[in-house]
Design a protein around this ligand. Structure first.
Ligand SMILES: [Fe+2]
Ligand SMILES: [Fe+2]
Length: 297
């Protein structure tokens, strides 16, 4: 890969640098997602992309032999995860990850200012960001459908967990910004591992494997931009806190999704999160994503 092109995501930046980067991100995000369709929690370009996938469906050459195992374990694990085959674990894990994301954004959508009431560039960015997250949830739904899982219901979490997610966006920035950033970073780490797992588990299913990668790439490209954007909210002390939060956050979140520990090396995922610097991101993703200027070498 030659010499490093990018610096650690934890690189410190001045207030002026961060303000300029907010302006630059706002330019990027408007082109990237297209028009905000606020009533539908959607974005025009992303909607068209998803529709293109739906209009050109692919399916497994060999359908899942045991979809009942998915349906029995996808909301809450009923069986011992050690007894489930990796394909089922991958799919129930994807549902659970997307479900958390969906609950989080549902809670936030009604709390943060809508576009008409967004006056700062940061507020505008945050509104579009949430709409993108709704698109991710739809893309995950499409990934599961592509594997033949068309009877999925998106279930709310327990009332207590739903309430916690609703409180989160009401917190002041100095408390909320580091956890929000680390959550995005955790997403990117998970998506990179998932992408590699598609190659392993879908070696004999080239159409579905490539489609799942295309769907996941749509998410990952956004999420890489979100990592930089959420990092851009944070000053030097908050960056120290953020790096310190990677381990407990990844541990806590992935403990709640037992599939992740079965399929992946969570310790290595934590190390990857702490070492994240964009250098491992493939060029075709970089070309469509966004990186803070101060993370460029
Ligand atoms: Fe997302
Ligand atoms: Fe995100």
């Amino acid at each position: 890969m030659g010499s490093a092109q990018y610096l650690s995501i934890f690189t410190v930046a001045s207030k002026q640098q961060r303000q300029a980067n907010f302006d630059n991100y706002w330019e990027f995000t408007q082109h990237h997602g297209g028009e905000l369709l606020e009533a539908d929690k959607d974005l025009a370009k992303k909607r068209a992309k998803l529709q293109h996938f739906k209009d050109n469906p692919v399916k497994l050459r060999t359908p899942l032999s045991n979809p009942d195992l998915f349906y029995r374990n996808y909301v809450d694990m009923q069986d011992d995860p050690k007894t489930l085959d990796p394909m089922i674990l991958m799919l129930t894990g994807m549902y659970k990850f997307a479900r958390h994301e969906w609950v989080g954004i549902k809670g936030a959508w009604d709390v943060v200012p809508n576009m008409a009431n967004s006056h700062s560039v940061e507020d505008k960015i945050s509104r579009v960001h949430l709409a993108e997250e709704f698109c991710h949830w739809r893309l995950f739904d499409e990934m599961l459908r592509t594997c033949g899982l068309t009877d999925i219901e998106w279930q709310p979490l327990s009332p207590v967990k739903e309430w916690i997610y609703e409180q989160f966006p009401k917190f002041p920035g100095f408390l909320m910004d580091s956890p929000a950033f680390v959550t995005e970073l955790m997403g990117v780490t998970y998506y990179f591992y998932l992408h590699r797992l598609f190659d392993t588990l879908l070696a004999d299913e080239p159409e579905v494997r490539e489609r799942l990668k295309e769907l996941l790439d749509e998410i990952t490209i956004d999420e890489i931009a979100h990592v930089g954007q959420r990092r851009n909210f944070i000053g030097p002390i908050g960056m120290k806190v953020s790096k310190w939060l990677v381990k407990p956050f990844y541990t806590l979140f992935f403990n709640d999704i037992p599939e992740v520990g079965q399929l992946f090396d969570v310790k290595q995922m934590i190390k990857d999160g702490e070492a994240f610097d964009f250098n491992e991101v493939p060029d075709y993703m970089i070309a469509r994503s966004w990186i803070p200027s101060y993370c460029k070498a």
